[in-house]
Design a protein. Structure first.
Length: 561
């Protein structure tokens, strides 16, 4: 059992479903759905919803649909549809033959709208979008009825049919539900059901020039598909009366809408609108930039589906919004990679070391452990030679009191190799250290001293003769503040973008076992963190992304608490 296993939060949605099964509310069925709008790439917040909807269905031996709520053709693209499908599969979930689109039901939506018009519960309105907002009122003042609210049913039917036929320009008319302009819930003040939009759709082409609004289409889609529990985020809580109103007025099968708190993650952008600004503004390299919290970005950075599913389970399902510390997400990926990632040695900022008493032209191979957490992963051979590289930060010419690594006259251990002692320091014309001269103790092969003497530091290294050249990208938080909305007045979230969120190192030295690394392969670079081979690796060029550092702040927080 892990350190956090005993503190896993409860899931109130599962409690609701358990009670519904006891009362046979839906004939013993559990049927959920994940209904993204294909207007961008999914992010870690969507991953929580995916895990919840598919996970609940699995736990109760039910079904879960994947449905694209594609009702706005101006913002939706096939690229996003395919990316969403890839992300859901990558997370480990399968919708089998239950792939649906809201556009599958466009004809049914139209028929339902006609039915509501005939019942006197919907009307065609000629107010502009600005006028509709003005007439709607405020949270403290009731709205005003549209001057077109009491049009005869026959006129509304005729106008709506002509809207579908394309007689009117964009924005000139809408179809609105006739509910209550004095309602305390602003969503019930005659909401728009259809708008005129002469735009081609990625699935229906030019067949339609009127498109249903989300609140209207969503509930009917749930009803058509026989969904039992329509699980959505808290922002739709005030929309639930409208969800219920449409289904009740149409007298159709009625799922139950349940709201839960969306995921808010510190130092992280969690908005498609903001993602688009980042991508189009060139602040990141694309939707799959490893600094993005998109699922594709996390995948490219080296996150595993197991770690994300574990994270989703650990944060639980809450009824109130809160902010989750990103350190918990990092804890989950460290915990997962610690068990599966091979250990290798990589020097990111190399400093040349010449071992003056080591034989020239006589390299040797040393045994190195692939993963101390899993003996079954075995060992590998690592070449050692007279010239090696160590990290620049592992040497100080004038070391401070608590610095125990290499310094003039000091002895340290080389991982799996020998004890070495610094005997000379070579500098360039600027006075910068460019090379160290060291001696080694042949009796310490393997990293242990036969006479029992101890050293206070063990360094990783790479043989210069055998080193692979690589580019390594070090990623930090995209934002400088935990809250994306914590900005100065008059500025937006882009003002707190971290200028140091990406550091590219081009002169890194890697041990030769990494020569066959492929896109997605994951490693722990000893003492440096967890890294993943990037798809930019090609033609002998190696590129690695840092997934996460070894420093674990979350575990320390948990220990203190």
């Amino acid at each position: 059992m892990s350190a956090l296993e005993s503190t896993r939060p409860s899931n109130f949605i599962k409690d609701i479903i358990t009670e519904d099964l006891k009362t046979d509310k839906y004939g013993g069925r559990v049927h959920t759905r994940f209904p993204p709008e294909p207007n961008g790439y999914l992010h870690i917040g969507h991953a929580k919803s995916i895990c919840l909807n598919f996970g609940v269905a699995k736990d109760f031996k039910g079904l879960c649909n994947l449905r694209m709520d594609d009702t706005n053709p101006t913002k939706e693209e096939v690229e996003y549809v395919e990316a969403i499908k890839q992300d859901v599969r990558w997370l480990g979930f399968d919708w089998q033959d239950r792939m649906f689109y809201a556009s599958d039901y466009f004809e049914r939506f139209y028929e339902c709208a006609v039915e509501l018009i005939k019942k006197g519960r919907a009307y065609v309105c000629d107010l502009s979008s600005d006028e509709v907002r003005e007439y709607r009122g405020t949270l403290t003042a009731p709205g005003q009825e549209s001057p077109y609210r009491n049009r005869p049913v026959e006129e509304n039917l005729d106008l709506f049919e002509r809207m579908r036929a394309g007689e009117f320009p964009d924005g000139s008319r809408t179809l609105r539900a006739k509910i209550d302009m004095a309602s305390g819930n602003i969503n019930m003040r005659d909401p728009v059901m259809y708008r005129i939009l002469h735009a081609g759709h990625h699935r229906t082409g030019g067949k339609w020039c009127i498109y249903p609004m989300y609140d209207y289409a969503h509930c009917i889609s749930d009803s058509i598909e026989g969904i039992t529990h329509s699980i959505c985020t808290l922002e739709f809580e005030d929309h639930r009366p409208l969800y219920d109103w449409f289904l009740d007025e149409l007298n159709v099968y009625h799922p139950q809408q349940i709201e839960f708190a969306r995921l808010n993650l510190s130092y992280t952008v969690m908005s498609k609108r903001k993602f688009i600004q980042l991508v189009e503004g060139g602040y990141v390299r694309g939707w799959d930039d490893p600094r993005m919290s998109t699922i594709s970005g996390l995948r490219r950075r080296g996150y595993t589906p197991e770690a994300i599913r574990n994270f989703a389970e650990r944060i639980g399902v809450a009824k109130r919004d809160s902010v989750v510390d990103i350190a918990l997400l990092e804890y989950c990926i460290r915990e997962d990679l610690n068990k599966r990632a091979s250990r290798v040695m990589a020097v990111l900022r190399p400093l040349k070391v010449v071992i003056v008493n080591y034989p020239e032209d006589k390299p040797e191979e040393l045994d190195a452990v692939n993963n101390p957490e899993d003996p079954g992963m075995g060992t590998r051979k690592v070449p050692f030679s007279r010239v090696i590289y160590i990290e620049k930060d592992d040497f100080r010419e004038d070391p401070p009191k608590q610095f125990f690594r290499l310094a003039p006259g000091r002895e340290v251990r080389l991982r799996y190799a020998y004890y070495i002692t610094c005997v000379d320091v070579i500098k360039d014309e600027k006075g910068e250290v460019v090379e160290l001269r060291c001696t080694y103790d042949p009796a310490t092969r393997g990293g242990d001293s036969p006479d029992g003497r101890k050293v206070k530091a063990t360094l990783h290294w790479v043989s210069a003769e055998h080193a692979l050249e690589a580019e390594v990208r070090l990623y930090d938080y995209l934002l400088t503040k935990p809250n994306p909305d914590d900005v100065e007045e008059g500025k937006d979230f882009k003002s707190i973008i971290n200028p140091g969120s990406l550091e590219i190192l081009t002169d890194c030295k890697l041990e030769p076992s990494l020569k066959d690394a492929r896109h997605g392969d994951k490693y722990q670079f000893e003492r440096m963190g967890y890294f993943c081979a990037d798809p930019d690796s090609s033609g002998g060029k190696l590129v690695f992304n840092r997934t996460v550092t070894l420093k674990d702040t979350w575990a320390k927080v948990q220990k203190r608490s």
